[in-house]
Design a binder for this molecule. Structure first.
Ligand code: NAG
Ligand code: NAG
Ligand code: NAG
Length: 195
């Protein structure tokens, strides 16, 4: 949102890279990406969800393109062990359907993720997921806003309590004054009778 031209250029670069790396469409591979754009906050776990269909066991490769360059994140054949790049070791989970989960994302993890599914005969298909990561600062501000609202609510409750107490004290005092006045009248009446 903040830098759309750069993001657009990056997207194009990612597409070109993927296209240059592999033939764009294989005969028998289909790839399904339910959510091609994801917004996450820092420290969240993000699932880059995909599913594929093809004959036999393909290889799946994920690449990350960002302003700091592009690199392979992980590559694996479903059912086998995953090759995870050193930069992402311990920070990703791979799934048999080709999905990749990023654990505890940071702002540098934002960018474009290109997944390529290649079947043994050479056919392949790729797809792209754009990931935006918003900084924790936003959450801090959110927290401060919630805290202020809470404080205001507490203050309002205190003020109404004070008001209620005030009313009670006033009524008590009024009642006592009325009682005093009544006894005074009785004394007067008694005096009237005397005379
Ligand atoms: C992500 O956030 C941008 C603005 O920051 C918004 O335009 C876009 O619709 C959001 N996308 C999703 C999938 O929430
Ligand atoms: C892929 O598998 C993961 C884990 O089982 C699941 O959460 C995700 O929804 C699947 N993705 C699709 C597109 O089916
Ligand atoms: C994983 O890495 C090893 C060694 O570099 C390589 O031989 C193997 O083909 C790789 N597997 C995949 C699925 O990329």
């Amino acid at each position: 949102m903040r830098r759309p031209p750069r993001a657009l250029a990056l997207g194009l670069v990612a597409l070109c890279l993927a296209q240059a790396a592999r033939p764009p469409h294989g005969p028998g591979v289909s790839l399904y990406i339910p959510q091609p754009a994801i917004n996450a906050s820092a420290a969240e776990d993000v699932l880059l969800s995909v599913d594929y269909a093809c004959e036999g066991v393909p290889t799946i490769e994920w690449r990350h393109a960002s302003p700091r360059g592009q690199r392979t994140v992980a590559a694996w054949a479903p059912g086998g062990p995953a090759n995870v790049s050193r930069s992402h070791r311990g920070r990703v989970c791979t799934f048999p359907n080709g999905s990749l989960q990023l654990l505890g994302v940071g702002v540098p993890d934002a960018g474009y993720y290109v997944v390529t599914v290649t079947e043994r005969r050479g056919g392949s298909r790729f797809g792209t997921i754009a990931l935006q990561v918003s900084e924790v600062l936003y959450e801090d501000l959110h927290f401060v806003a919630v805290f202020l609202a809470l404080l205001a609510a507490v203050a309002a409750v205190l003020v109404s309590l004070l008001w209620v107490c005030n009313r009670c004290a006033y009524k008590l005092r009024a009642g006592r004054r009325r009682a005093l006045k009544e006894s005074a009248v009785e004394v007067l009446e008694l005096q009237d009778v005397d005379c």
